[in-house]
Design a protein around this ligand. Structure first.
Ligand SMILES: C[S@@+](CC[C@H](N)C(=O)[O-])C[C@H]1O[C@@H](n2cnc3c(N)ncnc32)[C@H](O)[C@@H]1O
Length: 167
């Protein structure tokens, strides 16, 4: 139960707060997500990020979501956008699935949760892979850039990291 218990805390400690689509778009531009690259979003919420990665950037995308209602909303969004052939959605905890060999990772989690994922990122991501994190830093890494995006009067921070430079 110990391991499962700690995963449960990770899940509960990150509520669903969606990233505005303009902020995701900017983050993916900063990361330079390219056609055919692999995008990974642990805690993908209602699927807006994976759909944008596939539909606007031509990437392949993997999203993991623990809440069933959000997972189902993400599936609907993927089908509505017609990008089922390029998006894989997994229902469950990202702590259990492991990290794919992604080119770009998008995070909107807490720094404490980023820290739990960090060893898996360092293990799986190849040199040149990019990680963009909305508002919460990966504290042990050195950002290459921090980009500020204003949306409806609120400033959003995008921390931009590159494997081989940031860690
Ligand atoms: C702050 S929201 C961000 C949602 C989406 N990434 C976005 O930026 O719009 C965090 C998401 O992570 C999900 N989550 C939290 N813990 C999780 C876990 N262990 N495994 C998978 N999803 C998780 C939550 O249900 C929520 O949808």
């Amino acid at each position: 139960m110990g391991r499962r218990g700690s995963l449960g805390v990770a899940a509960l400690s990150v509520p669903f707060v969606p990233t505005p689509v303009q902020v995701i778009r900017r983050a993916l531009e900063v990361a330079g997500l390219g056609e055919g690259e692999l995008y990974y979003e642990p805690g993908c919420g209602d699927g807006r990020g994976v759909v944008m990665a596939a539909a606007e950037f031509g990437a392949r995308a993997v999203g993991v979501e623990i809440r069933r209602d959000l997972f189902e909303a993400a599936v609907r969004r993927v089908v509505e956008a017609g990008v089922e052939d390029r998006v894989l959605l997994l229902h469950g905890s990202f702590m259990e699935f492991g990290v794919p060999k992604a080119d770009v990772v998008f995070l909107y989690l807490l720094s404490s949760v980023n820290e739990k994922l960090r060893p898996a990122f360092e293990e799986s991501l190849s040199e040149g892979a990019r990680v963009v994190s909305h508002d919460f830093a990966v504290e042990a890494w050195k950002p290459v850039r921090i980009v500020l995006v204003e949306e409806h009067g609120r400033i959003h921070r995008i921390y931009y990291y590159v494997a081989g430079e940031s860690w």
